[in-house]
Design a protein around this ligand. Structure first.
Ligand code: CP
Length: 331
């Protein structure tokens, strides 16, 4: 593989490519070790300022970016849209410029409108922009956390260190993504990440919740979930994005669960090695049965834990000086 150069911004998984995903996962493993220390903090980004601008609700992404920034010794600016001067008519562009003028080195943005992080990246002069999830477009750091988690499970089964597997363990891995693909930014980033690493991705959803241009995606489409889940190594469940109107695309939640949910009956069809992932937030009893979410094969909590290490890795990739990089790589 060619040498990886960190992108200026992280707007899409495409900004990383296979080399960048490998580098981010390698750094994340180093930072996961930091997290296990008694004092889980390193001075790697001391003096840097990270601003979190969330215009949509979030638990995992906002908290994990803020936790990641603090563990790297950054200062954190938490922007709350509901109590900000946006309410007085200030524009998003002026808001971003104000935050950059206060010294933000990185801006993590979540917005309901696809493309907002790209737009913000054109307005900043110095700060790095990280996509924390934009509309139904992308959620790159979630896909990185998912890949990291899957690789850790594979490594544990083989009794090796995760990083020793590189990204070759994804080659030919069968990944089934089930649910509201049409409205899911996680699905788009997962498809990019997994297929970039050589995995074979299959989508399974009601026809109304498949993207209109799915033929142009590098994936297969399965019509029969019962058959598809018997043949997969990873099954990724997605929530119905009701805030994006998904409720109107299915007859009822009950019918959705019967047809497309990972119920206890369906989970019994999985191979015992199949890894169950869910980016959260889960709606227990709809896309995943509560008991299934807590099965040993489910790595949902681990995805959340890994979310902090992955976001440390992304902040480090975008903000660290070459001296700091050398320090981390030397361990
Ligand atoms: N997976 C995810 O983005 O969760 P939050 O909406 O809680 O950030």
């Amino acid at each position: 593989m060619t040498e990886f150069r960190a992108p200026r911004h992280l707007l899409s998984i495409d900004d990383l490519g296979a080399n960048g995903i490998r580098e981010a996962m390698s750094l994340a493993e180093a930072f996961a070790e930091v997290e296990r220390r008694v004092i889980p903090k390193v001075p790697a980004l001391r003096g840097k300022v990270v601003a979190t601008l969330f215009f949509e609700d979030s638990t995992r992404t906002r908290l994990s970016f803020e936790s990641a920034a603090k563990r790297l010794s950054c200062d954190v600016l938490t922007f709350n849209a509901g109590t900000s001067s946006l309410k007085k008519g200030e524009s998003l562009r002026d808001t971003v410029e104000v935050i950059e003028a206060m010294g933000a080195d990185a801006v993590v943005i979540r917005h309901s409108c696809s493309g907002t992080p790209v737009q913000v990246s054109r307005w900043v002069s110095r700060a790095r922009v990280i996509n924390g999830g934009d509309g139904s477009h992308e959620h790159p750091t979630q896909a990185l956390a998912d890949c990291l988690t899957v690789r850790q499970v594979i490594a544990e089964r083989q009794g090796v260190e995760p990083d020793s597997l590189g990204v070759e363990c994804f080659n030919g891995l069968r990944v089934l993504i089930v649910g509201d693909i049409a409205h899911s930014r996680v699905a788009r980033s997962q498809v990019l990440a997994y297929t970039t690493l050589g995995a074979r991705v299959t989508l399974c959803a009601p026809g109304t919740l498949l993207p209109g241009n799915v033929e142009s995606w590098p994936v297969g489409v399965a019509g029969d979930l019962d058959a598809a889940i018997k043949e997969t190594d990873v099954v990724s469940l997605l929530r119905l994005q009701r805030e994006r109107g998904s409720g109107t695309y299915v007859p009822s939640l009950r019918e959705y669960t019967q047809g497309w949910g990972l119920t206890a009956r369906r989970a019994s069809l999985l191979k015992k090695e199949t890894i169950i992932t869910h980016p959260g937030p889960m709606v227990r009893g709809v896309e995943i049965a509560s008991d299934v979410a807590d099965m040993e094969q489910s790595v949902v909590k681990r995805q959340v834990t890994n979310g902090v290490a992955v976001r440390m890795a992304v902040l480090f990739l975008l903000l660290a000086t070459s001296d700091a990089r050398g320090g981390i790589q030397r361990g």
